[in-house]
Ligand binder design. Structure first.
Ligand code: SF4
Length: 82
C-alpha cells in the first residue's frame, strides 16, 4: 500500500503552494519548490475561500452602522425595566 501512495508511514508529501499564497510567511522553500509549513494541500485550503492561516491576507470584515431612534430605544429600555 505504501508503494502505491508514494508515502511512508509518518511522512506526508506536501503539495506546492498556489498563486494566492504568494507573500505568506508560512512558505518554506524545499528543494526548489515552495511549500506551506501549515497545510499539506494549499490549493484545497484556498478552494472554499481565504486561507485562515494566511499572514498576508485577512478576511474583509464589513462594519454596518445601525441607526437607532433614541426615542424608541428609551421606550424599549423603560419597558424592560418593568
Ligand atoms: S498558510 Fe495558507 S496562505 Fe500561507 S502558505 Fe499555507 S496555505 Fe498558503
Amino acid at each position: 500500500m505504501e508503494a502505491r501512495t508514494g508515502k511512508k508511514q509518518g511522512m506526508v508529501s506536501f503539495q506546492p503552494v498556489v498563486e494566492q499564497c504568494e507573500g505568506c510567511e508560512r512558505i518554506i522553500s524545499d528543494e526548489g519548490t515552495a511549500h506551506c509549513t501549515t497545510y499539506v494541500n494549499p490549493a484545497a485550503k484556498w478552494h472554499l475561500g481565504i486561507c485562515n492561516f494566511a499572514t498576508h491576507a485577512k478576511p474583509e470584515i464589513k462594519v454596518v452602522k445601525v441607526r437607532i431612534n433614541p426615542l424608541k430605544a428609551a421606550k424599549r429600555a423603560s419597558s424592560r425595566r418593568g
